[in-house]
Write a protein that binds this ligand. Structure first.
Ligand SMILES: [Zn+2]
Length: 329
């Protein structure tokens, strides 16, 4: 078993109170956050940890932003951007970091992979796993509902990423780890059955653990994720909404090949029930743009040496499937 990453996981209401104990032996704490979180919770954090942290604002952070040399731990406190910067800073300084997510918007709350934007493109960078995750459900419940919806979408996308991972293992010999596979598979099943925030957060943490076990994002990221990166070229939308949107297309083919447990329509009906966007119009795209995104996604997959279920699908066939799946409201 390689379940050592991360070592401490607390998912509970008022979990933030536990930070006092977790940070007791540290003297110089860097807290990466945003202005709103600092305003809402800065005073509370100071009271809990008993000292003034050095605040680093994620929005203005650059690779060369100076930080106190005597810092001995980093706390990432906020949404995706704050946690990404905490990961980057941990990798840069070699310090441990603690993840304190304020929204359940994606599985990055527990992973070592940061999403980095360069020249308008977003890519994943392996950094450092959090040494602890403190998920305060009282805080996360206050996040905008759309963020939670995106988090649900990110977990639902595992229906495709997992199936494609096994397909890639059979077709191209991509390394597959059964422990990580079943961890993500259980996370997916839990979110399919239960829509509670606690279930979602635990699923996201398990997805992060799986990536940590494997040392890559492959268990949680397949062609549906590459399509989302392609979509971002022209339209910024929450990651989880985009990856979920691309999932039924991949599932259509994965199910045909006998690799997916769930078909495209199973997933689409659940997505509609949960309130996730499922039509081209809702995602501000068209069949032609969607096909162009698939082409770009295939290049991303090839570059990453990952097998794509859409590799040999002709445009005419894609167009037909896209119209069937995504045009009906
Ligand atoms: Zn994702």
């Amino acid at each position: 078993m390689t379940f050592s990453c991360p070592s401490t996981v607390i998912v509970a209401k008022n979990a933030i109170e536990k930070l006092g104990e977790l940070l007791r032996s540290y003297q110089h704490i860097i807290c990466v956050t945003d202005e709103i979180i600092q305003l809402d919770y800065g005073e509370k954090l100071r009271r809990i940890i008993g000292l003034d942290p050095e605040w680093v604002m994620a929005s203005t952070y650059q690779d060369n932003t100076p930080v106190n040399e005597s810092a001995d731990i980093i706390v990432g406190f906020g949404g995706g951007r704050s946690l990404d910067v905490a990961k980057l800073l941990a990798a840069r300084t070699g310090l441990e970091w603690i993840s304190v997510p304020t929204a359940a918007s994606h599985d990055g709350i527990a992973s070592e992979v940061a999403s980095v934007t360069q020249d308008g493109y977003r890519y994943s960078k392996r950094c450092r796993r959090p040494s602890a995750i403190v998920a305060d459900l009282s805080i996360m419940l206050r996040a905008p509902p759309r963020l939670r919806l995106a988090g649900t979408g990110d977990i639902l996308s595992k229906a495709s990423s997992l199936a494609e991972w096994r397909l890639g293992n059979h077709k191209n010999g991509e390394p597959l780890n059964e422990e990580a596979f079943s961890l993500v598979s259980s996370a997916l099943e839990s979110v399919l059955k239960n829509s509670s925030l606690e279930t979602l957060v635990k699923a996201e943490i398990d997805a992060g653990r799986a990536m940590c076990i494997v040392g890559s994002s492959r268990p949680c990221s397949g062609t549906e994720h590459a399509i989302s990166h392609a979509m971002e070229r022209r339209y910024q939308e929450l990651h989880g909404l985009q990856v979920a949107f691309a999932t039924p297309l991949c599932l259509h083919y994965l199910k045909d090949l006998g690799y997916a447990k769930y078909g495209a329509n199973d997933l689409l009906s659940l997505m509609r029930k949960r309130g996730l966007p499922t039509t081209l119009g809702e995602m501000n795209t068209t069949p032609d743009l969607f096909i162009d995104d698939v082409h770009h996604a295939l290049e991303i997959m090839k570059k990453r040496d990952r097998y794509s279920v859409l590799k040999d699908v002709e445009d005419d066939a894609l167009l037909k499937v896209i119209s069937e799946l995504y045009e009906m409201p």
